[in-house]
Design a binder for this molecule. Sequence first.
Ligand SMILES: [Zn+2]
Length: 203
Amino acid sequence: MIFYGTKASNLLNGQLINVDCPECKTNTSMTYSVFGKYAYIYWIPIFPMSKVTVAECNHCKKTYEYKDLSEQIKTKLDREKEKSGLKTPIWMFSGLFVIAALVAIAFYVSGQTKDKEQTYIKNPKAGDVYSIKADDGNFTTMRVDKVTKDSIYFTYNDYLTDQSTGISKIDVDKNYTIEKDVTTQKNLQELYKKETIYSIDRE
Ligand SMILES: [Zn+2]
């Protein structure tokens, strides 16, 4: 399946009158078309590429690419294109707008998540799961068991993972068994500030 590539869209058509065809040597008219090439991914245009101009002799029907036309015809054609105010259509940038929108949404969502985590770290609750980056580069979690006025009781995950994406696999009930510990609110906040605790999940 081809899901990316380039396509061409017809942007402009017109007639050039009173030109000499290099092929049939007739003083005649030509029909020209301008195509805008653009890159697409799936069905979404991402960005415009070069424009392609072709012309056809109305007498002998020979088709020319722009580069094969005589200087006289090129000049006429350039003037025509300029007069038409030919512009790259904005829809050819659709994909860039989509990408920009997605980036904006991602920023917004991650901002929301950070706000939420700030609240969570200040008010720990039993069941909160903290994702931790260990000094040795591994990742693990700790889960809050109980919160009292000045202490937070928790259990470490029995497992480590060498990739942060592995967290979801080890964060299961049966992995919180042996290693229990207690800490203070202040200490937790420091760990969060240092990004040792880099993410907080609350059911
Ligand atoms: Zn011709």
